[in-house]
Design a protein around this ligand. Structure first.
Ligand SMILES: NC(=O)c1ccc[n+]([C@@H]2O[C@H](COP(=O)([O-])OP(=O)(O)OC[C@H]3O[C@@H](n4cnc5c(N)ncnc54)[C@H](OP(=O)(O)O)[C@@H]3O)[C@@H](O)[C@H]2O)c1
Length: 250
């Protein structure tokens, strides 16, 4: 039995892969950047299999999964982690191509992979799907428009999977992290502006990828009769802001 982690070339996915291999599991790490995956493979050894895959391209997903040998092809845990945010402009100022990429990656990509893997889990009546949502899927913030909406999709899709899988032993969890540093997330969001990316975490005690990786390991090792539907995790330093009210609008 294997574990498939998408977005394994960086951030959470690399950390999740590392933690799961160290815990004794056999992990397939998927992403577009094969060299990054191969570096991880050198570190983790034979229990880690690099798999080049672009989740936005259905053919790429299908081809990559079809290439798995019998030894690797049975997936007991799917971690749908590949995802991204692009830009923080308001909806009225946003670049539509960024919206398309976020929808293609966070929504379509996640569904391509899930739709491919789900039948084998149902056939075995066993398996676990962990989706990486975000606090942005529940809590609106300025500039979060399509990114937050894509993560709301992930949260609701996770719950709807639970409903469709009623009567099976397959488990589904949506993990919704808040502010988490030491990943490429903000560097990608701000298109390589590393100063702007670093400012997001300045003087904050953010979550670390290992916190998310340890959560994945804990979830996977919970008793088989137990399903955590949704788990929201923030650093202590992050909390809620009030509703905003515009003055003098009338
Ligand atoms: N960091 C945070 O604060 C935070 C908070 C809440 C939720 N999240 C979510 O957690 C997940 C991981 O985020 P992260 O912080 O670890 O980001 P990251 O460091 O930027 O890693 C993102 C991963 O996704 C992969 N990816 C992106 N587009 C892909 C594509 N088209 N096909 C295949 N893989 C693709 C990237 O690999 P390649 O570029 O090599 O393809 C990379 O491995 C995302 O879904 C993100 O939305 C992050």
């Amino acid at each position: 039995m294997s574990i498939l982690v998408t977005g394994a070339s960086a951030g959470f996915g690399a950390s999740i892969s590392r933690t799961l291999v160290q815990a004794g599991y056999q992990v397939i790490g998927a992403a577009r950047r094969l060299t990054k995956l191969e570096q991880l493979s050198q570190e983790l050894g034979e229990s880690f299999l690099p798999l080049q895959m672009d989740v936005t391209d259905k053919q790429s997903v299908d081809k990559a999964l079809a290439s798995l040998s019998r030894e690797w092809a049975q997936i007991d845990l799917l971690v749908n982690n590949a995802g991204l945010a692009l830009g923080m402009e308001t909806a009225q100022e946003a670049n539509f191509a960024d919206w398309e990429t976020m929808i293609q990656t966070n929504i379509l990509g996640l569904t391509y992979v899930t739709h491919q893997i789900l039948p084998q889990m149902v056939a075995r009546n066993a398996g676990y799907i962990i989706n990486l949502g975000s606090t942005a899927g529940s809590w609106p913030y300025k500039g979060g428009n399509v990114y937050g909406a894509s993560k709301a999709f992930v949260r609701q899709f996770s719950l709807n999977l639970r409903t469709d899988l009623a009567g099976t032993r397959i488990r589904v969890t949506n993990i919704a992290p808040g502010l988490c540093g030491e990943t490429e997330f903000s560097n990608i969001r701000f298109r390589g502006d590393d100063t702007q990316a670093a400012a997001v975490y300045d003087k904050t005690c953010y979550l670390k990828p290992e916190d998310i990786a340890n959560t994945v390991l804990w979830l996977y090792q919970t008793p088989a009769h137990m399903n955590v539907n949704h788990i929201e995790i923030m650093p202590v330093s992050q909390t809620f802001a009030g509703l905003s009210v515009a003055r003098d609008l009338a």
